[in-house]
Design a binder for this molecule. Structure first.
Ligand code: SAM
Length: 431
């Protein structure tokens, strides 16, 4: 597929995969940049590019194993661009059902164009062999290959979840893109019916969520920032699990809410929306750059009941002591619940990083619990499925500070129809 005369979508995909898997770029940020740079691509090409990059990153462990079976050179020793080109090509063969002739011809052309003319025979040979063998390949027994999941992560989850649940989760990550893009309607500006109607006028398919009336699932949306409903601030891109955290906070009109780790502002906006312009949300994040993201969203959505400030949540702010009706502690975490949308996290994370995140969460919690007024509530949430950062952290809060756990829930991908997310609702004791 070539979008137009000026850009070869496969070349863009190969470069993007190289940046993500070889140079540590964040998949969601890089894709956003690339899609903005090639803003003139058709909806079809944007969808192809997105799927090819995301899918290749998601399936990289399995793709490398397949390439390794038919390459005379170990995958690790291949030239980075050739490795990337083979990865996107094998993904097209196995998961996009692109005809082998198209995949091989495009890969050979691209190798030549990037000055690897001496390797075109090698590229063609590996891809032809894989495409011939594909129909005979049995399903992988090894889950690390079947689901492209690092072995240490599978081992950790095996200790924490029963096998059937684990399998549903692993499959759930791959179902996310098919469900579409999840958005929450800004009820202060428009009803879900109005948002749906405006989106449909612009060719976007919007389906109401079966449980949460303010949530819509979008398909075929192209460049979201160009949609009128987006620029009018009528919706916020936010997974259903994150909406559930905002609903758990349920601020009463006129409340004072503190959101200590707020960027890009999804939950801040939801708190402001639930109070319909009354009360105040003190919305903070650690850097000016992050606060700028909150500001942009608050402006777009038209809220005046939000105050944004740059503050490191590990630093105590005496002016907030005992003030908050609702404290939102949506803390930095290992992010393993959102692998469906940010698959590169699984290659970046390790047990050492998880342990340091547990310590960072505790450092923040030791400071911020003091902001909750007696009888007030704290919502502790993460977008991960690791017990140490979730249930164990909620128990740690209750064991150390004057809080009781009202309720908590671990949402799981593939089980609950949303990202993996943990939400604990805690109440500060009156005395
Ligand atoms: C899970 S994200 C928050 C998502 C946000 N609540 C939302 O709904 O859009 C965690 C945030 O914590 C911020 N963060 C990390 N360390 C922090 C610190 N020491 N103080 C304040 N914010 C911090 C990160 O910049 C990141 O934006």
């Amino acid at each position: 597929m070539t979008a137009d005369n000026s850009v070869n979508v496969r070349a863009v995909a190969a470069d993007a995969v190289l940046e993500i898997l070889e140079r540590g770029a964040y998949s969601h940020l890089l894709l956003r940049q690339v899609l903005a740079k090639y803003g003139y691509l058709s909806r079809q090409d944007r969808a192809f590019l997105t799927r090819l990059v995301q899918g290749t990153v998601e399936r990289a462990i399995e793709l490398d194993w397949m390439i390794g079976q038919y390459s005379s050179v170990p995958v690790k020793k291949l030239k980075p661009f050739i490795r990337s080109l083979l990865r996107i090509s094998v993904y097209q063969l196995k998961y996009m059902r692109v005809p082998a002739s198209a995949v091989c011809n495009e890969a050979v052309k691209l190798a030549k164009k990037r000055h690897f003319a001496g390797l075109t025979g090698f590229v063609n040979g590996v891809l032809r062999k894989i495409s011939a063998e594909l129909p005979n390949l049995p399903e992988q027994e090894d889950w690390s290959l079947r689901y492209s999941m690092p072995p240490w992560l599978l081992e950790q989850w095996r200790k924490q979840y029963p096998t059937e649940i684990l399998q549903k989760m692993l499959e759930g990550f791959y179902e996310k893109s098919a469900r579409g893009l999840c958005v929450r309607c800004n009820l202060s500006l428009a009803s879900p019916e109005e948002v749906k109607a405006l989106l449909e006028q612009e060719g976007v398919k919007a389906e109401a969520d079966t449980e949460l009336p303010q949530v819509l699932w979008l398909q075929n949306m192209g460049n979201i920032e160009k949609l009128s409903a987006f620029s009018r601030g009528w919706f916020v891109v936010q997974d259903k699990s994150s909406v559930l955290a905002g609903l758990a906070a349920a601020p009463k009109p006129g409340s004072f809410c503190v959101d200590v780790c707020a960027a890009p502002g999804g939950k801040t906006l939801h708190l402001a929306d639930q109070m319909r312009g009354s009360g105040l949300v003190e919305s903070r994040d650690v850097s000016e750059e992050k606060c700028a993201l909150i500001r942009e969203n608050v402006l777009r959505c038209g809220f005046e009941n939000v105050h944004i400030s740059c503050w490191d949540a590990r630093e105590f702010d005496g002016s907030l002591a005992g003030q908050a009706d609702v404290l939102l502690a949506d803390l930095p975490c290992s992010g393993l619940g959102i692998l469906g949308g940010k698959p590169d996290i699984k290659y970046r994370m390790n047990e050492e990083k998880q342990e340091s995140l547990v310590l960072l969460q505790r450092e923040i919690l030791e400071t911020i619990w003091q902001y909750v007024k007696p009888g007030g509530r704290m919502i502790y949430s993460t977008c991960t499925i690791n017990r140490q950062e979730n249930e164990e952290q909620a128990a740690w809060i209750c064991g150390r500070f004057p809080f009781r756990l009202v309720r908590d829930r671990q949402y799981l991908p593939g089980v609950d129809g949303c990202d993996g997310f943990y939400i604990a609702e805690l109440e500060r004791e009156e005395i």
